[in-house]
Write a protein of this length. Structure first.
Length: 768
């Protein structure tokens, strides 16, 4: 070929024919992951700019769990299985039965970096939210492209459940961490199916184990979604599906040190119900598709809203339209979209109390909702503006989500005596979220030990019961830690020593080189130590292992060793360098999306944070709009502000929903309990009487002044005869028993006495 002078030739070389380093250079920078990382930081901003953590949700309990784990790890316990300060100081094997992933991760961060449990829990939240956004982007990038990955990441981050309910309203650290691991797991599965190089098998295994250790129910959902992911490949990689299933199975074996003892030993304890049951609404169809309301900052305990939100609803409907218009592009996103709505059906109609299902269904809908970008191909012009416009719309429709609740900066003490006081005040167990059952081996008749509780307050902690003094025996405490005690014991005759620790398999004792017998006191459930005659010296009582737990550790250790050998072998066999032609964001589109990110950052700083000069939060008290004012107070300062009922016309067998709004004018010194009655208007006969319960599911000793609490009641009327009825409200001040004389007296606004029973003015008309 001959060229004229001054002309140049341009030859296009196919990408696959270029050397690896040239292909990677042409690939460019992945600006999408930078953008999603920025959005993830903004979603976690309340944890970054606010110190402390809420004490009105489970975040408080995770701080105590983290602190206890960190203390035990500093004492040399690699994997704690005992909670020393619960149940009035007697202890319980709580970590042996509940997934350790979230509190253990936070404890590691405390030991390695923060040296503060509260900061460690906040950092765990931040990392989990970032992981959720970034790994959603990475997963969708592989199946579709960077533009869809950014949109899916934003839809997921600012879905009502992940963006507000789980981290800020419920304080569910375990679920938030699992929601970060879910997309990471699917990303690793997709890599294994499409590449299967280097660390891909190990990644699936390790993330599978992390999910099992964090939230086993989420691990099951993740496995089902992994099957859907493999199905999207058809038969193209059918020989790798077996590797995927094997990797998941190996991950389960790797986590055997937790789940094997937890399953095998669950019948060795009694499961004691929590003394505090939070009022968390169940999943229902109407609420699932309702618009999300902005939080009321004057509400003490924010009510969770289990809705998919306007953003996910609109984007999934638009995506469904796009997939129907071009079925060839549907693929895996259609599978995820249908899975999301299938999970909605499962949650609403089969498991309405399993509110954690909101997390995986939000992820599925976010992935499916990203298919709306397929409509961009029908726009002949301004295609670069398509993604920025969608992001603006997604953030605008998610406005109530990114206006997070606020909390007080001062968290308080984490000392062991604080955990004792937590229980004594009737708040539940400090290291378990409200409503979670407690595994215990104690007999219900066992009374708290005044001596033990006194030693918590005065120090040091002494677990020797005081009624053991007799001729020829002398006992004293040398040191007490979370999983062990060291005593100085002198006895002449063989003696039984009672120790103030709940007994559970694993408690052992050593006297010098001699192993002593340890058993359970059948009258109390405490631990007994059998001392041989003429003993004089130090005795160490400690929580050790059992053959079953050793076998579980052997399974996990062998699995880890085999996984390491397999990964090393794979690294030597497979080529170290490989190239994937992923659809990254162009620099022109990246600039526009970064402009949207920057504008959203400015808006959030100006309007959405505690120190913002302006606010987009609704006015205080707006949550009580459309309720009926009552303004009745009691002699203690507890006030009933208003009430709301679902209807006044019912039929026999219907259920009536009642919401009461309470407030206190000053700190309360007792945990008052509320009872609701349905009474006949003419005769005053009681046709329904609810159990006594903490108003709002939150003990009144914890209430802050001038912050209202919503109290939910569902009244089922199966045997009520037709007629007119009124709702009666009574408040009891009772610690052990509740008698009629323990009722509080109501007064009206002018101070006139109403009586011990407050009748709401609404009249219920019940018909056949």
């Amino acid at each position: 070929m001959v060229y004229n002078k001054g002309m140049t030739a341009s030859v296009q070389i196919p990408t696959e024919e270029l050397p690896l380093w040239m292909r990677q250079a042409r690939h460019g920078v992945d600006w999408g992951i930078v953008i999603v990382f920025a959005f993830s930081l903004l979603a976690a901003l309340p944890f970054i700019v606010q110190s402390g953590l809420p004490r009105t949700n489970a975040s408080e309990n995770y701080v105590f769990m983290t602190h206890d784990n960190a203390v035990a790890m500093r004492e040399g316990r690699l994997y704690p299985r005992w909670s020393a300060h619960v149940l009035q100081g007697y202890g319980a094997p709580i970590p042996n039965f509940y997934p350790p992933g979230a509190p253990y991760s936070a404890a590691l961060l405390e030991i390695l970096f923060t040296n503060n449990s509260i900061t460690a829990v906040r950092l765990t939240y931040i990392i989990s939210i970032i992981l959720a956004g970034v790994m959603t982007y990475a997963f969708v990038l592989r199946i579709t492209g960077a533009s869809a990955g950014i949109l899916a990441g934003v839809l997921y981050l600012y879905s009502p459940y992940l963006g507000q309910v789980a981290p800020y309203v419920l304080g569910d650290l375990t679920n938030v961490l699992a929601l970060g691991l879910l997309p990471a797991f699917l990303w690793s599965v997709h890599r294994l199916l499409s590449l299967n190089v280097r660390f891909d098998f190990a990644l699936v295994t390790l993330i599978s184990a992390a999910l099992v250790l964090t939230e086993p129910r989420m691990a099951l959902i993740a496995a089902l979604l992994a099957v859907l992911t493999s199905a999207s490949f058809g038969w193209r990689y059918k020989h790798r599906i077996g590797w995927m299933l094997l990797a998941i199975g190996v991950g389960v074996c790797l986590a055997a040190f937790f789940w094997l003892p937890a399953l095998a030993e669950q019948h060795d304890v009694q499961w004691q119900a929590s003394s505090v049951i939070p009022q968390i609404p169940s999943l229902n169809f109407n609420q699932m598709f309702a618009l999300m309301n902005r939080v009321d900052l004057s509400e003490l305990v924010t009510t969770p809203q289990f809705t998919i939100g306007l953003s996910l609803l609109i984007f999934t409907l638009l995506s469904l339209s796009a997939m129907l218009l071009n079925r060839r592009l549907a693929g895996i996103r259609m599978l995820f979209l249908m899975s999301g709505y299938a999970l909605i059906g499962v949650g609403v109609f089969i498991f309405p109390h399993e509110t954690w299902l909101m997390g995986p269904l939000s992820f599925c809908l976010a992935v499916g909702g990203s298919a709306v970008l397929d409509l961009r191909q029908r726009a002949s012009s301004s295609q670069r503006l398509y993604l920025p416009t969608l992001l603006i719309f997604a953030l605008y429709t998610a406005l109530p989500v990114w206006l997070a609740p606020r909390w007080q900066d001062d968290f308080g003490s984490l000392a062991p005596e604080t955990q004792i006081a937590y229980e004594q005040n009737g708040f539940g167990v400090a290291v378990l979220p409200p409503g979670v059952d407690i595994p215990t081996t104690l007999l219900p008749t066992l009374e708290p030990s005044r001596a033990l509780i006194g030693s918590y307050q005065l120090g040091p902690i002494n677990r020797l019961l005081p009624d053991q003094s007799q001729f020829g025996r002398r006992t004293s405490i040398i040191k007490s830690s979370s999983h062990s005690d060291i005593f100085e014991i002198r006895v002449i005759e063989s003696t039984i020593i009672d120790i103030a620790r709940a007994h559970f398999d694993g408690w052992q004792a050593r006297y010098g080189n001699q192993t002593l017998s340890v058993r359970r006191n059948e009258q109390t459930g405490l631990t007994q130590l059998l001392m041989p005659a003429r003993s004089n010296g130090e005795v160490r009582v400690f929580f050790g292992t059992t053959p079953l737990r050793q076998a579980a550790w052997i399974i996990s250790s062998l699995t880890l060793a085999l996984l390491s050998l397999s990964t090393l072998r794979k690294m030597s066999v497979f080529q170290a360098n490989y190239y994937e032609d992923l659809k990254l964001l162009t620099i022109e589109e990246a600039r526009l999306v970064m402009l949207v990110t920057g504008a959203f950052t400015v808006i959030l700083i100006l309007f959405g944070l505690p120190f913002s000069p302006y606010t987009l939060h609704a006015r205080l008290g707006h949550a009580l709009d459309n309720t009926y004012a009552v303004q009745s107070r009691t002699e203690t300062g507890l006030e009933l502000l208003s009430y709301q009922i679902s209807t006044t016309s019912l039929q026999r067998g219907d259920t009536l929903d009642l919401i009461l709004a309470w407030r206190t004018a000053r700190p309360l010194r007792a945990n008052y309990q509320v009872q609701i009655q349905v009474r006949d208007v003419e005769e005053g006969a009681r046709w329904l009487e609810t159990d006594l319960a903490h108003p709002g599911g939150y003990p009144t000793r914890r209430w802050l002044s001038n912050r209202f609490v919503r109290d939910y009641h569902s009244l089922y009327l199966p045997n009520v005869v037709p007629g007119n009825y009124q709702i009666a409200v009574e408040v009891y001040s009772c610690e052990q028993t509740c008698a009629p004389e323990d009722r509080l007296t109501f007064f009206d606004e002018s101070g006139q006495t109403i009586g011990q029973t407050l009748l709401l003015p609404a009249v219920l008309q019940v018909s056949d």
